[in-house]
Design a protein around this ligand. Structure first.
Ligand code: SF4
Length: 218
């Protein structure tokens, strides 16, 4: 049971990317990532030893405060949040935010899908990486699939994933309501061009932009 988690930052802002863009959310960025994407915009989060441990209870107090201030859900991000076992975190947060006035707060997670699954989520965003493909569980279960486009190899990867999903879509674990996004890597001119072209050619996919960066908010 993990009762303390290494945290890079936590803040109340707007979701800046993907399906829930523009919605009020409380972000918890967990430290630690071994996936090693060359274009990663949060490289500072990779070494979890550089960050303080926070108890689940102290995080819970901040979550409750953020909800009172309008946060519609929590977003667990990273780093790679599932490098940590999140069973205890999700259980405690779900139980303690369920009361006469409110249902349990919704928990979203953004993951590359390389680690074992733990926790309970209302929304799973899978952002698979071509150099470390995700476990099949995440391809089946995710609510949102978001592929970061930096160069042509990422476009080929998006096409391969798309083809693979069409092969597994009839199995009973497959979440058929998935939303599909391509998102240019931040500041990658080629990535923007390729992601726009991909979205134009593939009507089931939507272009996602990191609007928080354009707005200079967290
Ligand atoms: S998985 Fe995310 S945090 Fe980890 S290296 Fe890749 S982009 Fe960075």
């Amino acid at each position: 049971m993990t009762n303390f988690l290494p945290i890079v930052e936590k803040f109340h802002s707007l979701q800046g990317e993907g399906f829930h863009t523009g919605k009020s959310a409380f972000f918890i960025r967990l430290a630690g990532c071994e996936v090693g994407c060359s274009w990663c915009d949060t490289k500072h989060s990779w070494n979890s030893k550089n960050y303080p441990l926070f108890s689940i209870d102290s995080l819970l107090r901040e979550i409750i405060k953020a909800r009172l201030n309008g946060a519609a859900f929590i977003v667990l991000t990273g780093g790679e949040p599932l490098h940590h076992n999140l069973d205890a975190f999700c259980k405690i947060v779900k139980n303690k935010t369920n009361n006469a006035k409110h249902k349990s707060i919704k928990i979203h997670i953004e993951t590359s899908g390389v680690s074992e699954f733990s926790g309970v989520y209302d929304w799973i965003t899978l952002s698979p990486k071509r150099h470390k493909p995700p476990k099949e569980y995440f391809l089946n279960k995710c609510d949102e699939l978001k592929i970061i486009i930096n160069d042509k190899k990422d476009v080929i990867f998006a096409e391969e994933i798309s083809e693979y999903l069409s092969k597994i879509k009839d199995n009973r674990y497959f979440n058929a309501n998935k939303k599909f996004f391509v998102q240019p890597a931040w500041d990658s001119h080629e990535g923007y061009k390729l992601a726009i072209e991909f979205a134009k050619r593939n009507p089931d996919w939507t272009l996602s932009l990191q609007i928080h960066k354009y707005l200079s908010i967290q």
